[in-house]
Design a protein around this ligand. Structure first.
Ligand SMILES: [Zn+2]
Length: 118
């Protein structure tokens, strides 16, 4: 019988997680590496040379070739959020640490509470 290798990987402890992703800057670096593992590449023209500045809470990248601008969170799960990345990363951590049966049980309880209060 095959085993899901991802599900049985050891997870980070809470102190380890907070040490790695406890600040907004750490989460931004991680998200940037996830989006552009070999460095920024313009989503319009593929040019790698860019300038970076802050608009709002997150870094924005401007392509030096075509002047297209994109923010760190544009086109990601975090697009349009007003919450800090640290909070999203923490939520993802909690979901990733829970067993699927616990998530479904919690969802079932919340659904029952919601239906009961209608
Ligand atoms: Zn470009």
């Amino acid at each position: 019988m095959s085993m899901n290798r991802t599900q049985f990987q050891p997870g980070l402890s809470m102190p380890e997680f907070l040490k790695q992703f406890g600040t907004e800057a750490q989460c931004e670096v991680e998200l940037r590496l996830a989006r552009w593992p070999h460095g920024f590449v313009c989503p319009c023209c593929g040019h790698p040379v860019h300038s970076m500045f802050k608009v709002g809470a997150h870094p924005t990248f401007q392509c030096q070739a075509c002047r297209h601008q994109t923010s760190l969170i544009a086109g990601t799960l975090f697009q349009s959020t007003k919450l800090p990345l640290t909070l999203w990363f923490l939520a993802i951590y909690f979901v990733s640490q829970a067993k699927i049966s616990e998530i479904l049980f919690d969802f079932e309880l919340r659904l029952e509470l919601y239906v009961t209060n209608l």
